[in-house]
Design a protein around this ligand. Sequence first.
Ligand code: MRU
Length: 342
Amino acid sequence: MLDQTRLPGEVVHVTLPGWPDVVDAIRTMVVRGAPAIGVAGAMGVALAARNAAATSATRQAFDAEMGRAIAELRDARPTAVNLAWAVDRLAGIVADHEGTPAEIADELDASARAIHSDEVDRCMAIGRHSLPLFSRGARILTHCNAGALATGGYGTALGVVRAAYAADPGVSVIVDETRPLLQGSRLTAWELEQEGIPYTLITDNMAAMLMSEGRVTHVVVGADRIAANGDVVNKIGTYGVAVLAREHGIPVIVAAPTSTLDLSMPSAAEIPVEERDPDEVRDLALFGRAASPAGAPVANPAFDRTPARLVAAIVTEQGVHRAPYERSLRQAWDAAAHDPPG
Ligand code: MRU
């Protein structure tokens, strides 16, 4: 896979020979973004099966190894529900299959590839559905990276941007740099460069100023998990952007496939937020000097919770959903179960 920690400076692909390497790649954010870690998790389960089929003398030994792989892949990161969603789908195949380990490995391989191509199809549908939400010459602020890198292809929030730009070359993007790991400046700006879509990069604390000057017409973000009531958990800083957008009368549009819905969560309050290494906050080098005292006490929640009341629309591959979200998201979920992409 493409190592996202080295972008934009270097485009390096890494080879992951076993499932523990996939766990490590997800934890260290070689691969990141909710749908992309779901795809990676599924690929990790398929890889575990391929390796275990070659080394296990019995079905019992194969199942034991698969149990370890599935548990660790599922727990590699806690917030984006796509990871558990994808791993659980493949775990169900292992549990129900009565064939040989080699047959199971073949089926998991096909299922992991299908999850990947389905996610790309979902993103493209999200882009199509969102088109009526934009006026001509829209200036879209986005936070974090919800592009091809984060989804295995095309993108959710950036898929919306891509579709809007294809329909109207007057569309432009304002990219929040997204502290502390700079997914906006490192990854979103890089993707927009590849696509030739005009953008302006800002630090996170500049969004209010640009909004107050009328330089932002829409906010479009992805999501890591969406609760039954429409509360959205996404990259840290999204909540602040949504509060600012409300103050300035700017609509916040959340773009996410139904694999990001978690209707078992009544609200975002129940969704776990990953706390990451304090050094991610401390160690920004400034002109060769430390950015903070060594060992400075740090809070580093990787995500925040945006209440549904601040969200103007949620776009899934099933369409544009409006409040009350309990009903519209349930309909989207049920429709997705009956109408899987591909
Ligand atoms: O910590 P990350 O980089 O994995 O967080 C990613 C985000 O928060 C994205 O906005 C979200 O996963 C949507 S990606 C389509």
